[in-house]
Design a protein around this ligand. Structure first.
Ligand code: ADP
Ligand code: MG
Length: 334
């Protein structure tokens, strides 16, 4: 099992990863999800041994990897653009690591390469050159090449981001199945929530170098740690306000209209989302007035801005973030 304990990584004294504590259990696929520049690649590069943490430890099965160089960690790293060797055939690309390791075992290697090409759905492609392949096919070859050396950990940096949307979706499904079939413990970083949801069992959400939430995908989806996380995960709209004063303010949330919540007796969990169902909605010239039934908290009166669309039966949520409360319209929630 991979474990990061309170890892900090700086570039010239500027923090890129701050206090990262993450576990990647054997056989699991863990996705690190966050916007561009939040420190995902830096985290991955530190795990690979390409960046040296300023503080904290990175360990495998309890053994500190601090003194272990990249090529002795037993990890494979694959980037956004698989970076194949253009002058080598598909088979020779996939077999590259095998030839380095055990130059004399040709027959066994040929078998292994064939089985990997089967795994990634590229039987019959052995003699093709990378230039003759589509983007998706090239990524599959890169994946087969990464798996060839039987890494104890596979590190994927935005593996599908260079592909166009339709292909990305299809390959995400395939990649999910390939990783499960190979049983390879995987840490994947991406800015694309669809990619993370398609591939992973566990999610680590990063923002500004820090981990803001982690857990099983379904739990993170159901209970985003705060309004920004809810928005980033793809919640349609977050209406934010202050629970204590019941003075509500949507400032800082793109596209969020103002909302007023008037119920002082509402019991709020310290963090998480309270789910509710809209009982009634009444449009006035300036507002949409909602009554929301929240389990265990009774009915909640809410006044949303005129741009809000919510009607009886729609599921909504209250994302609760310490002293703040955010009403989340989750009509399109999974
Ligand atoms: P992500 O992969 O989430 O987009 P990165 O880990 O690449 O983010 O970058 C995190 C931060 O570290 C960014 O502010 C980026 O500009 C900075 N950074 C990344 N690589 C370097 C580098 N080699 N030297 C200096 N700063 C870097
Ligand atoms: Mg990156």
């Amino acid at each position: 099992m991979l474990r990061l304990d309170h890892v900090d990584v700086d570039y010239d004294g500027v923090p890129a990863v701050v206090d990262a504590t993450v576990e990647v259990p054997d056989g699991s696929v863990v996705a690190v999800l966050g916007p561009s520049g939040c420190g995902k690649s830096t985290l991955l590069r530190a795990v690979a041994g390409l960046e040296r943490p300023r503080a904290g430890t990175i360990s495998w099965d309890g053994v500190d990897l601090g003194g272990t160089p990249t090529h002795k960690r037993g990890f494979a790293l694959m980037f956004q653009e698989g970076q194949l060797f253009g002058h080598l055939t598909v088979a020779r690309n996939v077999g590259y690591a095998l030839r380095l390791r055990r130059p004399r075992r040709r027959a066994a290697d040929a078998e292994r390469v064939a089985s990997l090409l089967g795994l990634v759905g590229l039987e019959g492609y052995a003699d093709r050159l990378p230039a003759t392949l589509s983007g998706g096919e090239r990524q599959r070859v890169a994946l087969a090449r990464s798996l060839a050396a039987d890494p104890r950990l596979l590190l994927l940096d935005e593996p599908l981001s260079a592909l166009d949307a339709g292909l990305r979706e299809r390959l995400a499904g395939d990649l999910h199945d390939i990783l499960r079939a190979a049983g390879t413990t995987t840490l994947v970083v991406t800015h694309d929530q669809e990619e993370a949801f398609a591939l992973a069992d566990r999610l680590v959400v990063m923002r500004d170098g820090r981990i803001v939430q982690q857990g099983d995908i379904a739990d993170v989806w159901a209970r985003p740690a705060d309004a920004a996380t809810a928005l980033f995960l793809g919640y349609a709209r977050v209406l934010e306000g202050r629970a204590a004063a019941l003075v509500l303010d949507a400032a800082g949330l793109p596209g969020a209209p103002a909302v007023a919540v008037r119920r002082s007796a509402l019991t709020l969990a310290p963090t998480g989302v309270l789910r509710g169902v809209v009982r009634s909605a009444r449009a006035t010239p300036d507002h949409l007035r909602l009554v929301v039934a929240v389990d265990g908290a009774g009915d909640l009166d809410a006044v949303a801005g005129p741009g809000t669309h919510a009607g009886p039966g729609d599921e909504v949520g209250l994302a609760v973030d310490a002293a703040r409360v955010a009403a989340v319209t989750a009509a399109d929630a999974r």
